[in-house]
Design a protein around this ligand. Structure first.
Ligand code: HEM
Length: 374
């Protein structure tokens, strides 16, 4: 598809599919022409209002579904806290949380890597960054799970059940965040809830939206990066080489991000008629940008279908590009580096069972990944 029809209209899904690296990059960088506002409606004169068309975050205006200058206002207050220097300061906390999780697994012969490690680590890290009191962690975890729950089957009843659960979790969590924001307004703590509460350029609703966005954007994505890392290095037989340092751990993580990108696609809407790689896209058309395909574009990567753990340079777009470049990219990389480092130090072998893999639909990861460590 990338070669034959790099920009292709899918009648059924009513979207343009964009596969080539160069085209995906161009759309993401041209936020004047391609809006991130999923509620954009060419019939309306004003499209700066709430994002009521966004399935993920109804009614909450956040950086991910707005364009500059709104997006700049909604992101500016927190940008610095996710820069490499700030993330490095936080690394000892991530090391401690990782150690605790591994201590709990120490006596087990086998465990499910997804349930026992890759899911809890990012949730605990984000809860700590936000400053959720330790006694509320379980409740917080239940809300986080409900926010990203998937239906057990395709039936209408099941879809509605999951949607109701998500709405309930969002309401309860929104109420909880609103209370904490109120309490911490004017405070001097260094947690992200206090930072948001003191950001006067945001309304209280926008501050709540920010807190919920961190959970939605940062949890399963990181879970899938951790899972895809173990899956990929075990499959390629390079686990020992990474343990001994013969293969660079950070490069291997970048290659996992490229080869098994946790977010496979993003969407934008054209706000004016525009040409893209010879095709005419009209105002209001939806454009789906296939990051996973772009990350395997042979014009950019040698042998793109091969997992090469030492690939360098590696200009993958797993974290997007342009103004919406992932806020948590440095945090996710650091978590993966710490997690992989400690896991390989703790266990002489992982022996991941790759015989019955069930990849998730939507976000790219696995439902489970049994490991036999004895
Ligand atoms: C944005 C991927 C982890 C917070 C994005 C985007 C991608 C992405 C592709 C761009 C969205 C777009 O352009 O529409 C990932 C991947 C992750 C990860 C693959 C893990 C491996 C995290 C973490 C956090 C986070 C840990 C927070 C703690 C965000 C936020 C945005 C974002 C807030 C919106 C930025 C904006 O719109 O300005 N992420 N992400 N992400 N990510 Fe991540």
């Amino acid at each position: 598809m990338r070669q034959e029809s790099p920009v292709h209209y899918d009648e059924q899904r009513e979207t343009w599919d964009v596969f080539r690296y160069e085209d995906v990059e161009r759309v993401l960088k041209d936020h004047d022409t391609f809006t991130a506002n999923r509620a954009f409606d060419p019939e309306k004169s004003s499209n700066d209002g709430d994002s009521d068309g966004d399935e993920d975050l109804p009614m909450l205006q956040t950086m991910i579904s707005t364009d500059p200058p709104e997006q700049t206002r909604l992101r500016g207050f927190v940008d610095e806290r996710f820069q490499p220097g700030a993330i490095r300061e936080y690394q000892p906390r991530v090391e401690a949380v990782t150690e605790e999780l591994l201590d709990d697994l120490e006596d087990e012969d086998a465990f499910d890597f997804v349930d026992e490690f890759a899911i809890p680590l990012p949730v605990i890290v984000i809860a700590e960054l936000l400053g959720i009191p330790a006694e509320r962690r379980d409740e917080f975890k239940a809300w986080s799970d409900a926010l990203v729950a998937r239906p057990d089957d395709d039936s209408e009843a099941e879809l509605q059940r999951v949607q109701r659960e998500q709405e309930r979790a969002q309401r309860e969590m929104g109420g909880y965040f609103a209370t904490l924001l109120e309490e911490r307004d004017g405070g001097n703590g260094d947690d992200l809830i206090t930072l948001a509460a003191n950001a006067d350029e945001l309304t209280r609703g926008e501050q709540v939206g920010f807190c919920i966005l961190l959970l939605l954007a940062g949890n399963i994505t990181t879970t899938n990066l951790l899972t895809n890392a173990i899956w990929s290095v075990e499959e390629a037989g390079v686990t020992d080489a990474i343990r001994t340092g013969a293969v660079d751990r950070q490069r291997a993580i970048e290659e996992v991000l490229r080869y098994r990108s946790p977010i496979q696609s993003l969407k934008r809407i054209a706000v004016e008629d525009v040409e893209l790689n010879g095709r005419r896209i009209e105002t209001g058309d939806v454009v789906t940008l296939w990051l996973g395909a772009a990350n395997r574009d042979p014009d950019v990567f040698d042998a793109p279908e091969e997992f090469r753990p030492e690939r360098h340079p590696n200009r993958h777009m797993a974290f997007g590009t342009g103004v919406h470049f992932c806020l948590g990219a440095h945090l996710a990389r650091m978590e993966a580096d710490v997690a992989l480092g400690q896991l390989l130090e703790r266990f002489d072998r992982l022996d991941a069972d790759l015989s019955d893999l069930r990849p998730l639909s939507g976000l790219y990861g696995l439902e489970s990944l049994p490991c036999d460590v004895r």
